[in-house]
Design a protein around this ligand. Structure first.
Ligand code: ARG
Length: 579
């Protein structure tokens, strides 16, 4: 596959600009705003004329005259003050569709400057089960990871475990308080550890001395005093195992399971470096870095707290150094709650001040919260924080309601139905999450998110299953996808929509916005649906038309499946629905 339709047209226009000696900065084409007039348009003649102080219509006409010699255009016209309207020949569109169908990448082009990205998402904490707030980081992060890989970038994903702060000391001191020592630590499972953490939390809120005790133990862990360090290792191990199960269910992939603790030695180096460079200062016993006022009024960054402990900011700063030195990152992307924006602005500024990762691009993709219908962060019925596991269970129960019972459908046992429940529930949760702009929060719509109609994950899965069924039935009649020919307006409209695939993926990648993909996937499914209503396949006038339409249908199916994959969603071969 050479080029997407849009870029093929682009190249033709570029060539004409070059031939005429025109500045090809203005040669860009875009999908036409007036589909009644043309498929693509190029408005560059207007700007070019301004720059060259020439007549825009004259320039546009000279370009049009050249393009008219190209048989791939059915019509080239100059309209208004100098707009170039371009309409492609049906043969050219059909040829492009055929190429897409034969290409594994479906014509999705690779980035011209592939680079290495470290992605930081997930961000779970030891001894805390994942809650609804962790959903977005995993779902959005995984989608962006898959999109970056598809366009040819190398991605290393790191979960960045929260495993080094005072909560660790709190848990161990609570265990000592109850057991007298740490002898039994290694027998505790995740439930017990989380419960110690909850109790510690309550105690530390009420009791200053408990807080102090927790701080002392945290320092002992950080100093690797054997008894405490070993106990901490157990906490971490058990938590990682638990969280891995959750991410497996969400199908979020992490190459590295590093945590804040792994940055400890580098934290020391960073503190030393800041002192040597004269960038840090001591303020009230703490080591801090003041930030440039002309870069906006930001509070100073605390590297080392007055009690000698390393804070959250320092670990992130040191982790940048490691990702640069050890992983050779060229870009670092964080997918973290947007309420941490200031934290990342501060961290990035310090990294630049200390020149820890020269030329590296930093990006914090800040997401909004998942809310309940009251507009506040989503809670359980009794007002508690919604666990991710409970949310997934809730969604599965909802989906199960709309599927037939195992004994109602032939050939599908409980296992098959349950697999489908999993796939549909995850599709519903993820699509609902990804169809919104990342930065805006959204309301978790318990009534609508798993419906088979409307802008939902299950609707797209259903569209895939429907095409699968068309292809199966056609095959039984001896009809298989074959040469694509564009003969009707509906075929043409569908093909032009299909041709927008590359642009949708490219935009989603450059804007880091998976909702561009959900929008495209939804419109494509709709356009296919209206195409199928007006353009029969099995009863088409000739076998050639039937097989051409089948090829278009297969192409749509392949695109939907690939895009669902980018969103972290599986497409079942068949979908059942309660009668
Ligand atoms: N564990 C942190 C939290 O729960 C999120 C970590 C985000 N990533 C990072 N590099 N700071 O708030």
């Amino acid at each position: 596959m050479s080029l997407s339709l849009e870029n093929a047209v682009n190249q033709k226009v570029y060539a004409v600009f070059a031939k005429l000696g025109l500045d090809n900065k203005f040669a860009n084409v875009k999908v036409s705003d007036r589909p009644d007039l043309s498929d693509f348009q190029c408005n560059g003649a207007l700007a070019l004329a301004k720059q060259e102080r020439k007549n825009p219509r004259e320039i546009a006409t000279s370009i049009a005259t050249e393009l008219q010699n190209d048989a791939d255009f059915a019509k080239v016209s100059v309209d208004g003050p100098g707009f170039l309207n371009l309409t492609l020949s049906n043969e050219f569109i059909a040829k492009n569709m055929q190429e897409m169908l034969q290409d594994d990448r479906l014509g999705i082009e690779k980035d011209k400057n592939p680079h290495k990205i470290v992605m930081d998402f997930g961000g779970p904490n030891v001894a805390k089960s994942l809650h609804v707030g962790h959903l977005r980081s995993a779902v959005v992060g995984e989608a962006i990871r898959r999109i970056e890989i598809l366009v040819g970038n190398e991605v290393i994903s790191d979960v960045h475990f929260g495993d080094w702060g005072t909560p660790m000391g709190m848990i161990l001191s609570e265990i000592i308080r109850q057991d007298g020592n740490l002898a039994k630590v290694e027998t505790y499972d995740i439930k017990q550890i989380s419960s110690f953490y909850k109790q510690a939390n309550i105690r530390c809120k009420e009791d200053e001395s408990a807080k102090e005790q927790a701080r002392i133990i945290t320092t002992k862990i950080q100093d690797k005093v054997p008894e405490f360090y070993k106990a901490w290792q157990h906490l971490r191990k058990v938590s990682v195992e638990d969280v891995k199960k959750n991410y497996k269910e969400l199908d979020a992939h992490f190459d590295l399971w590093l945590g804040e603790s792994d940055a400890h030695e580098t934290c020391k180096e960073v503190v030393k470096l800041a002192q040597e460079k004269g960038i840090s200062e001591i303020d009230d016993g703490a080591t801090i870095i003041r930030l440039d006022e002309n870069k906006g009024q930001k509070p100073p960054v605390i590297l080392v707290k007055s009690d000698g402990g390393f804070g959250y900011q320092l670990t992130d700063i040191a982790t940048i150094k490691m990702r640069y030195d050890d992983l050779k990152a060229q870009e670092i992307i964080y997918v973290v709650d947007k309420r941490q924006s200031l934290h990342f602005e501060q961290v990035f500024e310090v990294a630049e001040k200390l020149n820890l990762a020269p030329q590296v691009k930093f990006l914090h993709i800040g997401f909004g919260t998942v809310n309940g219908s009251d507009g506040k962060p989503f809670k359980t019925r009794d007002g508690g924080v919604m666990n991710l596991e409970d949310l997934i269970k809730l969604s599965k129960d909802k989906v199960r309601e709309s599927l037939p019972a195992p004994d109602e459908v032939e050939g599908n046992g409980e296992k098959e139905i349950e697999k489908m429940v999993d796939q549909i529930a995850m599709a519903a949760i993820k699509f609902q999450d990804l169809k919104n702009n990342i930065a805006s929060g959204y309301v978790f719509e318990l009534d609508d998110f798993a419906k088979f109609e409307g802008k939902t994950g299950p609707y797209i899965q259903y569209a895939v299953a429907r095409i699968n069924s068309i292809l199966r039935k056609a095959k039984e009649k001896g009809l298989t996808p074959n040469k694509i020919e564009i003969t009707t307006k509906d075929e043409r409209d569908l093909a032009l929509k299909i041709a927008q695939l590359n642009a949708a993926v490219a935009r989603a990648q450059s804007e880091k916005e998976p909702s561009i993909i959900t929008d495209y996937v939804y419109t494509l499914a709709q356009v296919f649906s209206s195409f199928y209503n007006t353009s029969p396949i099995m009863t088409a006038e000739t076998n050639e038309i039937a097989q051409s339409r089948l090829a278009l249908a297969k192409l749509v199916r392949d695109i939907l499946v690939k895009l669902l994959y980018l969103l972290g969603i599986e497409a079942p071969e068949v979908m059942l629905k309660k009668a």
